[in-house]
Design a binder for this molecule. Sequence first.
Ligand SMILES: [Zn+2]
Ligand SMILES: [Zn+2]
Length: 314
Amino acid sequence: MNRLPIYGLVILPLLGVIAAIYLAVTGNVSATDVILCLSLALLTEYGVTFGYHRLVVHKSAEPNPVLKAIILALGSMAFQGPVIHWASVHTKHHAHSDHEGDPHSPTVSGFLYAHFEWLIEMNSDELGQIIDKWGGRYQKDPMINWFSKTFLFWSAFSLILPAAIGFAVGGWPAAGTGFIWGALVRIFLTSHVTWSVNSVCHYMGKRTYRTTDKSRNNPIIGIFALGEGWHNNHHAFPSSAFHGLTPWQLDFTGFTIKVYEKLGLVKNVVRIPESLLEKRRIDSSRGEDLNVQELSMTEGGEPELQLTPVEEAA
Ligand SMILES: [Zn+2]
Ligand SMILES: [Zn+2]
């Protein structure tokens, strides 16, 4: 059992949230605290969604090296592990999605296991095996390797930064509240948002495209996870730079990729042709519609209703 995630990702951030609520109800919260929390949450989560996920794992676009370095630095500040670890585990998730071997499937292992218990249960030997098997292609990239090796520096920097900004604004008391909001509360929020993509988005929401897993499009996670909640779209078309595939499917990360493309900061942006989207679309008139499945959970966190696999198009 790996105790570091229990303290670093679950207990300490939760204590931070409790302290922050106490500070808020006693009127001891400043605009600096809230700005630090929200801006660092947005930036570091974006480092994961755009950097770790769409650029590194799925090669959805080819970034300018300076942009790539900035994004990988932000992702490394998100407390979600070194980029090579994250990318290797995520690659295994795509390879085994919702089947035996998926590191975090709510339908195979239970909702809470997929949400965060897998992080606690995974020991370093198991992680090493995953990196050996799935991490080779990431280790070949010198910049990805460097950010992976300097992960602890970026993590420490992300804790010190909000405290230092707080100190500059209001001395030691503001350094303390800056740390609570900009480090602990921020880590709590971003961790649960990313974990929800693994748990909620394989459990609740609408399926639009045929996949061999149970991935779903969840609009709420879509907004909070900066576009990553359109997870059925993502599993159907993993390399697509855009997870939101209709104008109303808000995809903040995808929107920024379009802006970078216009500015010449990314090239070879992967777009899925309309014909392929059409081909993979679930046809409700053929009884294929698995939309809005009502799943209730048993005590073990297992779904009571097992979904029938989506039949492939003839
Ligand atoms: Zn998934
Ligand atoms: Zn992915």
